[in-house]
Design a protein around this ligand. Structure first.
Ligand code: CDP
Ligand code: MG
Length: 922
């Protein structure tokens, strides 16, 4: 049948010139296919009608009955708060908004004399305390402390001061204390509210703990922290609060002039995160309006002049750290020292990597005399660099342990997975297991585990910290003497042209390597082992690209609207590095398609809700709809996994077994998103029966990730309950889950959330007798894609529908859909945009977004269009007057009507068993 189909399609309507040889025939058809494609493009989009979506008469009648209702938006009934907020967002621009809040906060700068006196007395008492004295003596050793009086003078004289110093010199821990204690001593601390922003949750907590320890206090007295959904706030006055930059940005929505702050310390600005870049641009607007606000920018030594220029040549302090010399060793030396040999079987692949060869061969010729042949041969293999070979890193650690003096080892790895791999491997070694104390360090660590990283190991043991980029600047561990720099990190990237965001492992920059080197010289001379050659270093970029230039902008544009920043094009232009026009266009276009912005780019009521949610707007829309459609539990599982990560892990070499486990759990749903929920449901069940350890082990599920997902789900429910879309804050509450077992509805809600990320499975074929089919799939922008091998859909050959939604595409060897859920056409027609009906070639159709066309009788098309209208009005009403949908109300009947149409899809589902027609251009 396969062959028949093939020759038929080729025979159709074209006459191959006679006398072509085998290869020429191939070329002929390839060119023909190309020409056809080109023609099709020139003619404009060619309509290809997909399956028939017409609904039976009886069903249509019932749907229409459900829709007998008036969807009136009654101004009177609008939520007053909402009305005020929304109208003000639309009508008030940033400057006016700032003016309005000036009055509100006037009294914040007022002092309280008796409190000031009390604080002074406390300070005197504290200075006598022996515990405090010992800790203060230790602080005095930090270079920052020796410049305390100069810093105070500069801050008094200037509104903005930039402090630059190598990591560990005491900026973060000391500068806030210097400012606070000076104000206390001078009796004006009651008006002192210091806020210091941190790029990560973990650094906000650890640094707050450290500073309260140095002050011999409990956390929550003069020092505290605030991160999203977690805080130990300090007292109102005379205090230091460490918060994440995101938290501060959110506070700007109600307090745009930062009236609750007297000193704002922006830390780690050299990292160039989106948040600090935005905050700096906002500060330029705020500063003239708040002459008493002091801003202290803090940066490691990376392009610091850029910041100085940006703030009109503000005064800059350089704090010289006491850095001990650090010896830099590169891969070639490491190979020579350890004598490590990579597995033989890998040698062949080296020849297949022309880029690597182009880099390494000229270099090898240059260093030929300096290293012996064995080392050169190892270098020749691409796997020798980075962290491809975990065993090599383990061997290097053992080598350091057996040959070098004591001191902790800090290993920089790209991400959690490889950290886990290395620590498992080290834990397996009979010889070393008991001599090493292994400490993973990454942003998802629990607060308690973080503290362990700083502890000195017991005598005779060596601490090995395996960390992500986080230990590069924002977490300082004193006793590190040896650094292993794999040179790899995970980096998100965004290609404006293809509109694809990726998270990929890649090489760090030269600036990163310099920072990493510095970590080895904190207490004594150290050694930095770089697992890449000098040739590789030459190819590395000098400094990292600012995150804003590597990000999709929809979330950012949306959150700017909450700050009354109407025009993203104008505002984003004022950033240190302005993102490309095209990136802003893409962001705005997506926001319009999901109806967060209207056609004029103005915020919609729905958009306002999405902007407030701390997740991606598409995910926000998904959970909001799950509240209205009462299928909260499964949908929040999907949204949580998309916002954080999938709960599965893959031990080396076990890919097949992991696939099998996923397939089992996915229950043939053809959905990576529903798979997550099945996993969570299975985990809960197994816990009740006390067999959760086995369940997780057998299914390659990470308990830590599952628990984090459960926490996130609960947060989502909390949020929706706060916004009044739910009557309960429990994501498993019955009232929120009446429809949670209706799979067609779940698919549609996932589809509605991930829309417009659609893909269509067109054609495919079987290679010889292999069961594995090649999916010929493309996304709606015409790009060819495949299911990622880790998707449950990968390797499946039969689907009930040929339409899919996805969240992320990733480009590696090919373009992959990392996650996908099969959806039915009706879901796209109800929840998509640009739905039109018409007639083509005498066949009536209905289409979505001018991308997919379905045969459809006019009666069904009319009902679908009307239903969409009603749904749009329902969403608008709910956005303006958030409340759960009441049983037996008109709204409830509308939901029923949608359910009915969707369930039809699944039942009718003519089998889209992949066929082999039209294999012309594979
Ligand atoms: O901000 P900067 O990199 O300049 O230094 P810091 O974070 O203020 O760290 C100064 C010193 O405080 C470090 O060298 C550590 O000795 C100590 N510290 C600590 O022990 N625990 C922390 N969580 C943070 C800092
Ligand atoms: Mg710091």
């Amino acid at each position: 049948m396969q062959r028949g189909g093939r020759s038929q399609s080729r025979g159709r309507g074209n006459n191959r010139p006679p006398g072509l040889s085998g290869r020429e025939i191939g070329m002929y058809y390839r060119n023909l296919a190309r020409q056809r494609k080109k023609d099709a493009k020139d003619e404009g989009p060619k309509i290809r009608l997909g399956c028939n979506v017409s609904a039976p008469c009886g069903i249509l009648t019932r749907v229409q009955e459900y829709m007998q209702q008036k969807q009136q938006i009654d101004e009177e009934h609008l939520d007053v708060n909402f009305k005020r907020q929304f109208h003000s967002l639309l009508s008030v621009n940033f400057e006016t908004f700032i003016e309005q809040t000036k009055e509100q906060y006037e009294d914040n700068e007022q002092r309280n004399a008796s409190f000031d006196e009390q604080l002074q007395k406390q300070l005197e008492e504290r200075n006598e305390d022996s515990v405090y004295q010992a800790r203060y003596a230790a602080r005095l050793k930090l270079p920052t402390m020796s410049q305390a009086s100069d810093i105070l003078k500069a801050v008094a004289q200037h509104q903005v001061v930039l402090i630059v110093g190598s990591t560990g010199c005491g900026k973060t821990t000391q500068v806030p204390q210097i400012l606070l204690d000076a104000d206390i001593a001078e009796g004006r601390a009651s008006a002192c509210h210091i806020v210091c922003t941190q790029p990560r949750r973990i650094s906000a907590i650890t640094v707050a703990e450290r500073v309260s320890y140095e002050r011999a206090e409990q956390l929550g007295q003069s020092v505290g922290y605030q991160i999203r959904l977690e805080s130990r706030k300090p007292r109102e006055r005379a205090s230091i609060k460490f918060c994440t930059t995101g938290v501060l940005l959110q506070q700007l929505q109600s307090d745009p002039l930062l009236h609750h702050v007297s000193h704002l310390l922006l830390d780690e600005i050299h990292e160039r995160s989106v948040e600090t870049d935005l905050l700096m641009a906002l500060l330029k607007v705020i500063l003239p309006q708040r002459p008493t606000l002091k801003v202290i920018l803090m940066s490691a030594t990376v392009r610091e002049q850029d910041f100085c220029d940006y703030f009109d040549n503000c005064p800059m302090f350089r704090i010289e750290g006491v850095m001990h010399p650090v010896q830099m060793l590169y891969l070639e030396e490491v190979l020579a020292l350890t004598g490590y040999q990579f597995a033989k079987r890998r040698e062949k692949r080296a020849r297949e990597n022309p880029e690597y060869r182009a880099m390494i061969e000229p270099y090898l010729r240059r260093i030929r005399g300096d290293y012996d042949e064995r080392v050169l041969n190892q270098l020749r293999q691409p796997e020798s660099e980075g962290c491809e070979d975990i065993e090599f890193i383990a061997e290097l650690i053992y080598y350091i342990c057996s040959t070098q003096a004591e001191g902790a080892i800090l290993v920089f790895m790209p991400g959690y997975d490889k950290i886990a791999k290395l620590s498992t491997l080290l834990g397996k070694s009979q010889r070393w297991r008991n001599e090493l104390i292994i400490q993973p360090l990454h942003s998802m660590l629990s607060t308690m585990d973080q503290q362990a990283v700083f502890r000195r190991p017991p005598a005779g043991k060596r601490k090995v910290i395996i960390s992500t980029i986080i230990a590069e600047t924002s977490v300082t561990i004193d006793d590190v003497v040896y650094v292993i720099n794999t040179g790899r990190t995970k980096l998100s990237n965004y290609d404006t042209e293809t509109n694809i965001q990726t998270l990929e492992e890649c090489w760090v920059t030269q600036a990163n390597t310099q920072q990493r080197k510095g970590r080895a010289g904190r207490v004594q001379p150290g050694i930095c082992y770089n697992l890449f050659s000098r040739a590789r270093e030459q190819l590395m970029a000098e400094i990292p690209t600012p995150e804003i230039l590597r990000s999709k902008l929809e979330s950012i544009i949306l959150s700017l609207k909450l700050l009354h920043i109407e025009n993203p094009y104008v505002f984003l232009q004022t950033l240190i590095n302005a993102p490309a026009q095209e990136a802003i266009n893409n962001g705005v276009a997506l926001l319009k398609r999901i109806e967060a912005l209207d056609a004029n780019g103005q915020l919609t009521p729905l958009g306002m809700h999405l902007a407030k949610m701390p997740i991606d707007p598409q995910m926000g829309k998904m959970i909001l709809m799950s509240a209205l459609f009462r299928c909260l539990d499964p949908i929040t599982s999907a949204a949580a996994a998309l916002s954080y990560k999938m709960p599965f892990y893959t031990p080396m070499g076990q890919e097949r077994r992991v696939d099998e486990a996923k397939r089992r759990l996915s229950n043939n749903m053809r959905s990576d998103h529903l798979l997550v929920h099945n996993a969570i449901a299975g985990y809960r069940e197994s816990r009740l029966e006390h067999r959760d350890r086995d369940f997780c082990f057998n299914n390659f599920l990470s308990t830590m990730t599952l628990q984090q997902l459960e926490r996130m789900k609960q947060q989502f429910a909390d949020l929706l309950n706060n916004y009044k879309f739910l009557s309960s804050a429990d994501c498993r509450h019955e009232s929120s889950n009446l429809n949670s077992d209706k799979i067609p509805l779940l698919r549609a809600i996932i589809g509605g959330g991930l829309y417009p990320n659609m893909a269509h499975l067109g054609k495919s074929r079987q290679i010889r007798n292999q069961v594995r089919a090649i999916h010929h799939m493309s996304t709606d922008d015409g790009r060819r894609v495949n299911f990622h091998p880790s998707s449950v859909n990968s390797g499946e050959s039969s689907f009930d529908s040929s339409y899919f939604v996805y969240f992320q595409r990733q480009k590696s060897t090919a373009l992959y859909l990392l996650d996908a859920t099969m959806v039915f056409p009706m879901a796209l027609l109800i929840f998509g945009d640009g739905v039109e009906s018409g007639v083509y070639d005498n066949t009536p159709y209905i289409s979505v977004a001018k991308a997919y066309y379905f045969k459809c009788n006019p009666e069904t098309a009319a009902v679908v269009l009307k239903l969409r209208d009603c749904l749009a009005r329902l969403l608008l009403k709910k956005a303006m007057y958030p409340a759960p949908i009441e049983e037996n109300s008109d709204d409830h009947r509308l939901i029923k009507a949608i359910e009915l149409l969707l369930s039809l899809d699944e039942r009718m589902g003519d089998d889209y068993e992949i066929s082999s027609d039209e294999i012309d251009d594979i």
